[in-house]
Design a protein around this ligand. Structure first.
Ligand SMILES: *[C@@H]1O[C@H](CO)[C@@H](O)[C@H](O)[C@H]1NC(C)=O
Length: 171
């Protein structure tokens, strides 16, 4: 039985390794649109295979549970265990016009999806008093702690793999 438990633990660890943690931008970060900005993460997403070299990063906002896409930021290569940072230029507008200054987060389309904490984007080209910025008076939205369906899905697959591993050893 010891071997079965070890195999199950290994299967879970393997699936979890697709996850990276965004360490920049942080909560106090202010990004100005039109400029290259620093993104950093820990871990790597090499288990995504070829897709790891160009993982899409979106600018999002809104409260946890109702996160809205705002604009594409670009892609990151999180396949490497050593190069865990890059610079991406923050767009000043999307299809709806200038992106209002305000509170935003990043959504990184790894498997499972990762979110940064909220940080500030300052857009000198946007009219001031943008009404569509994320609400801050009702408490900071926490997209990073959002229980996403992707997380649940990954946990489900990990369990399935683990059960399979145990079953194979028992049979
Ligand atoms: C790390 O990778 C990025 C592209 O993802 C590249 O722009 C940057 O120059 C690389 N840094 C180093 C130190 O190789």
């Amino acid at each position: 039985m010891k071997f079965s438990i070890a195999a199950a633990a290994l299967a879970v660890a393997t699936v979890a390794s697709a996850q990276i943690q965004l360490s920049d931008p942080t909560e106090g970060t202010v990004w100005t649109t039109g400029l290259a900005q620093y993104i950093r993460w820990t871990g790597n997403c090499a288990s995504m295979g070829a897709a790891a070299k160009a993982v899409k990063v979106d600018i999002v906002n809104g409260p946890s549970g109702n996160v809205k896409y705002v604009a594409d930021l670009g892609t990151i290569d999180c396949s490497s265990p050593t190069n865990t940072s890059t610079n991406l230029v923050v767009p000043s507008k999307n299809n709806n016009g200038p992106i209002p200054s305000g509170s935003y987060a990043l959504r990184v389309n790894t498997d499972p999806i990762q979110y940064t904490t909220n940080f500030i984007i300052n857009n000198p080209d946007a009219p001031s008093g943008g009404a569509t910025a994320a609400p801050t008076s009702t408490g900071a939205p926490q997209p990073s702690t959002k229980p996403s369906s992707a997380n649940a899905l990954a946990a489900g697959s990990a369990l399935a793999v683990a059960v399979l591993a145990v079953a194979q050893l028992v049979l």
